[in-house]
Design a protein around this ligand. Structure first.
Ligand code: BG6
Length: 506
């Protein structure tokens, strides 16, 4: 791998959860694998009055939680590179002190230092921090690059996303801004591109003539953990659909790019977003299902309902589950329904896309009319892999057809290290590769798709929110959404947990 140029990474929100759980472990992993620049430093900043030593200790603990067998000497060597600077992000004067601190660290990375600012704070601070960075001249580096990574959610709705883009564009050039969606950093998500465009066999049938419908699921078997405050302002639509699920849909639906250059790919992704048919207000009640988990018992253990979680209003109408049916109005996908669903407290954690192919035009094997359709399952996580389902003759008399699987698991490729999403994305930012980051127009276009849903849910109190017991696959009405009178069901990789234990299948 190419060695990145020397740099200082400045993390805003360094005492937060994301820094501990994802960012520092990812930067450590890059360090361990010798993929960081020759000279580098990390500067954490937050309002907490921590000493540098306390910060290092807490990051050391975070690394060990993530990688319990990591070499302690290596961790110590790494944490030596970590620095801390307490500051109030809303205080413009604090930025000149920050600037001095960064300059003092620039020595560690030599002449011509490069800077990456990572905004891992609450989203409401993104604009203010950017403006203050600009005012203090930290938006450019004299002899090197200066880049800014912005976490999701980028905006709260279309209007706020446009505003944030405008504010950031007043301070930074578009090519300095790296809007992150960590799903794009996942190896298996990138592999959707390779599956489609490195093979001759899929593309000819990857269209309305052969595909009956497409299903994308991102399920989680835990609740909102300690994020009640954030989640109440977000809900599954903003938290997962506007970002991660639409990313998967665009990669599945895009046209082949003219080259593998970042903008060639991003142009094609953008065209898909532009072709998403906006839902009419009258369709929201039927084409979008909104659910919220309610208390249940799993294996004798009581699971709280969403409204009982810390930081959640007792009468909250925030969705922890959503399923949507929609269409992509273009030549490739005209008339093919796309179904997406995501939820918290479902029976298992799985993210996958299923391409359902059309059935044969005529059934020769009368005994097997209820056979399922051919499915290509792109398993994003866990047990990363690809599975093809098709029918084979059962051995013996007659012609009974049996569903079989042809499956590939990433774990079968020996010695292949699968980097964590954040590891890949931070590395890409260091080498200046924007392919896996979102352009301003992509973020805005994604908000345009969810906007009618947000509006209907806010304005029309007749749009229902359905309760579903924690540990089940969400509201039953989501089954009606997909069945479309054709007895189609969602793919259920596990049974409802709240029923009779778990049973999983890839
Ligand atoms: C985050 C959401 O962006 O993605 C979380 O805010 C969600 O609510 C998480 O749990 C899912 O990411 P992953 O990589 O665990 O699928």
């Amino acid at each position: 791998m190419k060695k990145p140029d020397n740099c200082v990474i400045i993390i805003f929100g360094a005492s937060g959860d994301l820094t501990k759980r994802k960012l520092i472990p990812a930067i450590f992993e890059l360090f361990k694998r010798n993929n960081l620049p020759e000279k580098f430093a990390v500067l954490g900043t937050a309002s907490s009055a921590l000493s540098e030593q306390e910060f290092r200790e807490s990051m050391k603990a975070a690394i060990l939680i993530n990688d319990s067998i990591a070499d302690i000497n290596k961790i110590n060597e790494f944490t030596e590179k970590l620095n801390y600077f307490p500051m109030d992000f809303k205080e413009p004067e604090a930025y000149s002190l920050l600037s001095s601190k960064i300059k003092s660290l620039s020595g560690t990375c030599g002449e011509n230092c490069n800077y990456i600012f990572y905004l891992a704070t609450i989203p409401s601070l993104f604009a203010e921090i950017s403006v203050n960075l600009g005012k203090s001249g930290l938006n450019k580096s004299k002899n090197g690059y200066c880049r800014i990574i912005v976490e999701k959610p980028f905006g709260y709705d279309l209007k706020s996303a446009i505003e944030l883009n405008n504010i950031m564009h007043n301070v930074f050039e578009e090519n300095q801004i790296y809007r992150i969606d960590h799903y794009l950093g996942k190896e298996t998500v990138q592999n959707i591109l390779a599956t489609r465009f490195a093979n001759g066999i899929f593309e000819p049938i990857w269209n309305r003539n052969y595909v009956h419908h497409v299903e994308v699921t991102s399920a989680e078997n835990f609740g909102i953990e300690n994020r009640g405050g954030y989640y109440e302002t977000s809900g599954a639509l903003r938290d997962m659909v506007q970002s991660h699920l639409l990313r998967l849909v665009t990669l599945i639906a895009m046209e082949p790019p003219s080259s593998f250059e970042p903008d060639a790919i991003r142009n094609e992704l953008q065209k898909v977003l532009q072709s998403l048919r906006r839902l009419h207000p009258d369709e929201i009640g039927t084409n979008v299902i909104r659910g919220q988990y309610i208390a249940s018992t799993i294996g004798g253990k009581n699971i709280k309902g969403y409204r009982e979680e810390k930081g959640v209003a007792a009468d909250s109408r925030t969705e922890t589950y959503t399923a949507i049916k929609f269409f992509i109005d273009n030549w490739r996908w005209g008339g093919v329904p796309f179904y997406i669903r995501t939820g918290k407290q479902l029976p298992t954690r799985v993210t996958e896309a299923v391409i359902h192919f059309r059935k044969t035009p005529h059934y020769l094997f009368k005994e097997s009319q209820n056979m399922s359709d051919n499915q290509l399952i792109l398993r994003i996580q866990p047990d990363e892999g690809i599975l093809l389902k098709f029918g084979m003759k059962e051995p013996g008399a007659g012609f009974k057809i049996h569903n079989v699987n042809m499956d590939f698991h990433y774990s079968d490729i020996s010695n292949v290290y699968i980097p964590e999403a954040y590891e890949r994305l931070i590395y890409d930012c260091m080498i200046g590769d924007t392919t896996l980051f979102l352009r301003a127009d992509a973020v805005e276009e994604a908000w345009k798709f969810v906007e009618p849903i947000q509006k209907a849910w806010t304005d029309d109190h007749n749009v229902k929110i359905y309760g579903y017991p924690a540990g089940t696959w969400g509201p039953d009405v989501a089954d009606d959404l997909i069945s479309g009178g054709e007895h189609i069901t969602w793919r259920y990789p596990c049974k409802n947990l709240a029923d009779d234990g778990v049973y999983c299948e890839l």
